[in-house]
Design a binder for this molecule. Structure first.
Ligand code: SAH
Length: 348
């Protein structure tokens, strides 16, 4: 049993079972032993690879989106560019390379990184040396009254979800407890009366992933956009329609592992419900909301044209890499990201 597992076990012994969301939160963000707190999980030698780490084209096209948004807003003299969960800082670095080509943008931008991991903050500082950037732990810390552009790639999937389980007549909540030999196991507990998935009836044994932390985060982003003006772009794996299904997964060394094993050493995520994100944006009153697949978004931002331009100045090996990256980012086969990943754009 590792240190984090001991901490969680003692908490369960003292205070009773914890919810799936509480477990996920501790596994990822425990200040000392949480997954994101002590590791750089990206790349071939890490646990997983994300789109900005696959190719510079991804970040460059997000950069084009940022420039467009800034121009559509009337090129304000001051605006805040926020990245939620910036990982290694690769995405921001690619965005800024492109954005510096837009006249006046770099003079107008105030860059903020929302990050909780001390290890990744150090990495981001190294990659983005020379830029004037401020770090914060939560987007709610941004209170200035200037337009904001918020971006996030694979951010929402890392925020905790709760599992509601349908019994014959009602929904209950899945919890994590400990069994006779001291190992983590699942249990169920009653939920507050009336807590059930919106618009979903469900049949016995169905699981619904309820994501109050994600919803609250999205609400915060949209309220900021509504009051200050601006836009948001979030990209993640997920689905367009709210539905039942267990998508919680733990990944270590590019392989799926048991969520309850080796807590704190595997990345735990779940698919993002984009219908819920869009619903929150609508509730806040942000008018312009677009959903698309990653494939269609990247094509719209000029994927083919950018890849062709890079091909012209690439050697044979680099050309091969570009073709593979484009396929991985926008392809629709199993294991490719084009349709698995979805995009929400919110403009206000
Ligand atoms: N956007 C990056 C990294 C995605 S991984 C990329 O595409 O490569 C998730 C990122 O979110 C990590 O940087 C992690 O440290 C950060 N993160 C996780 N939970 C967070 C939280 N609650 N608040 C802010 N950042 C968080």
């Amino acid at each position: 049993m590792n240190n984090l597992e001991k901490i969680i076990r003692d908490r369960i012994i003292q205070h009773g079972p914890i919810s799936v969301g509480e477990y996920m939160m501790m596994a990822l963000c425990h200040p000392k032993y949480g997954y994101y707190m002590s590791k750089d999980p990206f790349g071939k030698d890490g646990d997983f690879t994300t789109a900005p780490e696959i190719s510079q084209i991804f970040g460059e096209l997000v950069g084009v989106w940022v420039i467009n948004r800034w121009i559509e807003m009337g090129s304000p003299e001051k605006f805040i560019l926020v990245e939620c969960g910036p990982g290694r800082g690769t995405l921001m670095s690619d965005i800024l390379r492109v954005a510096s080509k837009a006249k006046g943008l770099m003079e107008a931008v105030d860059i903020r990184m929302v990050e909780t991991s001390p290890v990744l903050i150090e990495k981001q500082k190294e990659v983005l040396k020379g830029f004037n950037i401020k770090w914060c732990e939560n987007i709610s810390e941004i209170t200035n009254n200037v337009p904001v552009i918020v971006i996030g790639n694979e951010f929402f999937d890392a925020l905790p979800v709760e599992h509601l389980v349908k019994l014959k007549d009602r929904w209950v909540q899945k919890v994590i407890s400990i069994d006779k030999i001291g190992k983590f196991c699942y249990g169920l507990r009653e939920v507050m009366a009336g807590l059930k998935p919106e618009g979903i009836e469900g049949k016995e044994e169905d699981i619904y992933e309820f994501a109050p932390v994600r919803a609250a985060y999205m609400r915060n982003v949209c309220e900021l956009i509504k009051s200050n003006g601006g836009g948001a772009l979030f990209i993640d794996y997920g689905h367009f329609k709210s539905s039942v299904g267990d998508t919680l997964q733990a990944v270590k060394n590019h392989k799926y592992v048991d969520i309850l094993e080796d807590t704190g050493n595997a990345d735990i995520t779940s698919h993002v419900d984009f219908e819920m994100l869009a619903r929150v944006a609508k509730e806040v009153g942000v008018s312009d909301i677009k959903l698309s697949t990653q494939r269609n978004f990247l094509l719209k931002m000029g994927l083919k044209e950018r890849a062709a331009a890079l091909m012209k100045v690439a050697d044979e090996k680099q050309q091969n890499d570009i073709v593979c990256a484009v396929k991985r980012l926008s392809g629709t086969d199993n294991g490719e990201m084009g349709e698995l990943f979805k995009v929400i754009e919110v403009n206000g």
